[in-house]
Ligand binder design. Structure first.
Ligand code: SAM
Ligand code: SF4
Length: 343
């Protein structure tokens, strides 16, 4: 049983074996002390993926969404936000600016917007691939045939968070969506040869430490290449607008545990973490992260892509200056190359 073991011992087991029973994970999520966990995760991060921090240029190209996720400001039922769609030309021009700033991965993210045809999306992916970058998609659930066409067009990676691996909680928070389909989509993407990213929200109403521990084991079983986790931030105009929201420390512990369980993953210090805490990037990078995703979009679109409130309005070039200053402060360096998962 894990119960008799100290935090140091449990962190030590994880550091050596990259595995731990659910009770041990729960203990590390809830123990009063977490510094041994942070230190172990930082050592494993340094040993497995090194000092490099990969910068991925995020383009939020549409805030239209057919989904109704209870926590998200983009949900279809939120009539308070003005909707926008970038044209393929705008998306490609924005990507070109990101490439000019030195970024080697472009992440295309949107609500679940069926407006763009498979052909249009494939053309955008091909245009980006001609810029010699890795392309990551984050556009939600689509049929296998669409995922396959986008892969053929050159897409390299796909982000699809499970949000919570607890089926009952998932079902409560995602009306009209199916937990089984979410899981199936992840396995389909993997089978098609994408590097896959998943992750969860931390601090959802009704979420327990046992559920978070199960999320970590779900990621490990899936053998995800990337894990993104951030605090749930209550968004106006959603059914959870009045909920408490997630805290920073549990997110950091989840990140450390993910790094220890899956040493070679790519893991961002998320924007949500940096919104919740001014030092979110520094903290995330010290608790196992090795990726940051600066926003490349125009000011007006950034404001309208209101999944949660509080996003900062900093132009792309200035964001990069700030991020590089953080890396210098932490003795880290900007990643060279595309920053795919280390084998
Ligand atoms: N529509 C796609 C999807 O759901 O996979 C991609 C875009 S969606 C806005 C990207 C992520 O935003 C989601 O996976 C979710 O975890 C996160 N998100 C949504 N609402 C949030 C909130 N209120 N607080 C923190 N993160 C949130
Ligand atoms: Fe739509 Fe994604 Fe937001 Fe859900 S999380 S409402 S699918 S944008």
């Amino acid at each position: 049983m894990a119960d008799g073991r100290t935090v140091e011992e449990l962190a030590g087991v994880l550091e050596r074996e990259h595995d731990l029973d659910p009770d041990g994970l729960i203990r590390l999520l809830t123990a009063p002390e977490a510094e041994p966990l942070r230190r172990a995760a930082d050592r494993v991060r340094a040993k497995s993926v090194g000092a490099e921090v990969h910068l991925r240029g995020l383009i939020e190209f549409s805030n239209y969404c057919r989904g109704s996720c209870y926590y998200c400001g983009l949900r279809a039922g939120n009539h308070r936000i003005r909707r926008y769609r970038m044209t393929p030309g705008e998306i490609i021009a924005t990507a070109r600016q990101a490439v000019a700033l030195g970024l080697k991965t472009i992440v295309l993210q949107s609500g679940e917007d069926l407006f763009y045809t498979e052909k249009e999306l494939c053309a955008i992916v091909s245009a980006l691939k001609n810029m010699d970058v890795a392309v990551t998609l984050s556009i939600g659930e689509r049929p296998k045939s669409v995922y396959a066409a986008l892969k053929r067009a050159g897409a390299d990676r796909f982000l699809l968070r499970i949000e919570t691996s607890n089926e009952a909680l998932y079902t409560r928070l995602h009306p009209g969506m199916s937990y089984q389909n979410r899981v199936r989509s992840l396995y389909t993407l993997k089978e098609l040869g994408y590097e896959i990213g998943t992750g969860c929200l931390v601090g959802l109403p009704g979420q327990t430490p046992a559920m978070l521990a199960a999320d970590l084991l779900f990621f490990k079983k899936l053998d995800a290449d990337m894990i993104g986790m951030g605090p749930f931030l209550p968004a106006p105009g959603t059914p959870l607008a009045g909920a408490a929201g997630g805290e920073v420390e549990p997110v950091l512990r989840m990140m450390a545990l993910a790094r220890l369980l899956m040493p070679a993953i790519n893991m961002p210090a998320t924007t949500a973490l940096s919104v919740k805490d001014n030092d979110g990037y520094q903290k995330g990078l010290s608790w196992g992260a090795n990726v940051i995703m600066p926003n490349m979009g125009r000011r007006e679109y950034k404001r309208l892509y209101a999944i949660y409130p509080g996003k900062r309005d900093i132009p792309p070039a200035e964001q990069l200056v700030k991020i590089k200053a953080v890396l210098v402060e932490l003795g880290r360096e900007v990643g060279r190359g595309y920053g795919g998962r280390k084998k």
